[in-house]
Design a protein around this ligand. Structure first.
Ligand code: AMP
Length: 396
């Protein structure tokens, strides 16, 4: 094994409402983290499907578990992971927690006190935080000696200046935590670290990172730090997403509640699960399906998706005072050349020129040599970022 003998293994868990992503990394003596296993547990009809891939991406486990509820499978999952370790010593488990609020701006080691405090964060992200916390609690009970580290998706945005975090609401709301936070932080942090290695010039400069997946946002990076982003108090703001609406005039919501009798729960379902690409197209939340569809509504959903990216990218370029680099990442950003081409074409006014062949081929750098803005594609790896935090956080 490169980098010397294995010191131990680090497990990462990223638990959502209907799926849990996991990865196991080997920590070797040089400090490098080598991916060993990646997988997920996903709701599949009335059961759960557990898949595991080896370091080469080859599927080595594909099982259906009978538990109807995904959180009921956690005990089973932990036992299964133990079996997969093949003699490795697990030295820590890292978790993604979507919202850290104003008080949690760095990765932290889990203690009983912290767990109690984190429960309060559920109020800020009720659809996500309880799911994030479930495996942490389960492990804390079953294995109280196991080191657990929580990594907040909001934390990377701690560098955003106050002026960009404020809503223009009366002051007292800010002190109650009603402000902009930003999300996809683990993804942006990973992209920034990769950029530092791949292009120190861009890392030091003004960059927009575009995380375009089922969730989607943009982040303005200056000197590798976040200075603004399109998501706000929740992961609902900003771009059009798979099923989330993105930026919405709050007056439209008031109207729906007042005149159409929408309850809070109905409004939540509407904005989080029935809107975005799915709502606009009436066909699918999946960009691949929309790009292949001949339906006008599918084409219009893609048009709106692009329009909003271009609009927000212009705003962030303005906040950055110009643009040196644009980085595409996540499912759509990494795999959809047509979307990248359409965004880049509309950003031509910034002096951005795409190399169409490099874009179609999925090259690392997809801008033309004479482009004023270097455009890159970087595959994100939130799991690797979590494992790095587990490795780097000094033991409590
Ligand atoms: P993520 O949330 O990062 O897994 O990204 C999921 C999104 O990426 C879905 O909308 C997929 O349709 C989209 N996606 C994945 N592969 C492709 C592809 N080859 N072309 C277009 N969209 C893709």
């Amino acid at each position: 094994m490169s980098g010397g003998p294995t010191v131990g293994a680090i497990l990462t868990l990223n638990a959502g409402s209907s799926s849990l992503k996991l990865a196991i990394f080997d920590l070797v003596a040089s400090g490098a983290l080598l991916p060993w296993r990646r997988g997920e547990l996903r709701q599949d009809g009335a059961a759960q499907r557990f898949r595991l891939r080896d370091a080469d991406g080859v599927t080595i486990v594909n099982e259906v578990w009978s538990e109807a509820r995904f959180d009921a499978s956690l005990g089973h999952l932990l036992a299964r992971i133990d079996g997969e370790l093949a003699g490795r010593r697990l030295i820590g488990i890292g978790h993604r927690v979507v919202h850290g609020g104003a008080g949690h701006r760095m990765p932290e080691e889990v203690t009983p006190e912290l767990l109690a405090l984190l429960g309060e964060l559920a109020e800020l992200a009720p659809l996500h935080v309880p799911h994030n916390l479930a495996p942490i609690r389960e492990i804390a009970l079953a294995r109280p000696d196991m080191r657990q580290v929580v990594c907040f998706d909001t934390a990377f945005h701690r560098t955003i200046p106050t002026v960009a975090t404020r809503f223009a609401l009366p002051r007292e709301f800010e002190s109650r935590g009603i402000r902009r936070y930003g999300f996809h932080g683990l993804s942006y942090e990973y992209v920034a670290r990769r950029l530092a290695v791949l292009s120190p010039r861009l890392y030091a400069g003004r960059v927009i990172a575009a995380h375009l997946g089922n969730g989607a946002s943009l982040c303005a990076l200056k000197g590798g730090e976040s200075i603004d982003t399109t998501m706000g108090f929740t992961a609902l703001d900003g771009l059009v997403m798979g099923t989330r609406c993105g930026a919405l005039d709050p007056g439209a919501l008031l109207h729906l509640m007042r005149w159409e009798g929408l309850s809070v729960d109905e409004a939540e379902r509407l904005l989080y699960t029935r809107s975005g690409l799915l709502g606009l197209s009436g066909i699918s939340n999946d960009m691949r399906v929309l790009l292949e569809s001949g339906e006008p509504a599918a084409a219009e959903a893609v048009d709106v998706f692009i329009h909003r990216i271009v609009r927000e990218a212009g705003a962030l370029a303005s906040i950055l005072g110009g643009l040196d680099g644009l980085v595409f990442t996540a499912g759509i950003g990494e795999n959809a050349p047509e979307i990248r081409a359409r965004v880049c074409e509309r950003l031509g006014w910034l002096g951005l020129r795409l190399d169409e062949t490099a874009n179609a081929d999925g090259a690392e750098i997809i801008s033309a040599p004479d482009s004023a803005v270097e455009v890159r594609v970087i595959a994100t790896d939130e799991e690797a970022m979590i494992a790095e935090h587990v490795r780097d956080l000094p033991a409590a």
